[in-house]
Write a protein that binds this ligand. Structure first.
Ligand code: TIU
Length: 230
């Protein structure tokens, strides 16, 4: 059987084959979510992002329970910054730039404590973790190969921030032919207005690059599906 499952969403119902969908968790890293990290150094209130943690933990648990792959991403750079273009490095607060010492190690550098995913959403052994140098999860990464290998066609997209790494990734995925549902209470922005408008932009114009639904709707559909354990 290859029954499609359906999630009530905007602008219209989202239909997916439970055998070809993955949950993408974007950049739920300490540097973005903990006070004192990179996000706060940019002048942001990290509490606005932390509202995502509980609903996203529940969604990840539901995906794991139904056999849907969970793919995590982390934004960051090599210790020598050779993969960080000057245009990115020189942006933002000059006293706290990528690679500078921060409260949790060098800011957004792979291997540092702050670069890793928050404890509440730690990947399980065997789950894919994609290290990405850019805002989008496809640029400069092996994500396309991972999705191809696992025959993934649909993505449930979550993480931070809505208007930056989530948007960039959804636009990249949409152009590559993936159907993306963005989970509204599992994505977060430092700016409430950007959160609202960012979600509206995805589903506007008949779903110009995706669908939007909240986590209870997604979990309801996942738990009613009979995902093969393979
Ligand atoms: N992951 C991600 O969104 N990176 C950012 O730098 N986002 C900001 O909103 N700054």
């Amino acid at each position: 059987m290859n029954a499609l499952q359906h999630i009530p969403a905007v602008p219209a119902e989202f239909s997916f084959d439970p055998r070809s969908i993955a949950l993408l968790v974007i950049d739920m890293q300490r540097d973005f979510l903990l006070p004192g990290g990179f996000g706060e150094s940019l002048g942001n209130d990290v509490d606005l992002l932390r509202t995502v943690i509980d609903p996203l933990a529940a969604l990840i648990a539901a995906a794991r329970a139904t056999g849907i792959p969970v793919i995590h991403t982390r934004e960051g750079h090599l210790p020598d910054l050779s993969d960080c273009p000057p245009a990115k490095l020189l942006r933002g607060n000059p006293s706290q730039r990528i690679g500078d010492p921060g409260a949790f190690g060098r800011i957004l550098i792979r291997g540092e404590y702050g670069h890793d995913i928050i404890d509440e959403l730690a990947p399980l052994a065997g789950e894919v973790v994609i290290d990405k140098p850019g805002k989008g999860a496809f640029y400069g990464t092996e994500l396309a190969e991972v999705l191809e290998r696992d025959s993934i066609r649909s993505l449930l997209v979550t993480g931070v921030t809505t208007e930056v790494c989530v948007h960039t990734t959804v636009r990249e995925a949409n152009d590559r032919g993936y159907e993306c549902l963005v989970v509204s209470d599992c994505v977060g922005s430092y700016f409430p207005e950007f959160q609202r408008v960012g979600l509206e932009m995805i589903a506007a114009q008949g779903g110009i690059f995706g669908w939007v639904a909240d986590s209870p709707a997604v979990i309801g559909a996942l738990t009613s599906s009979n995902t093969p354990a393979q």
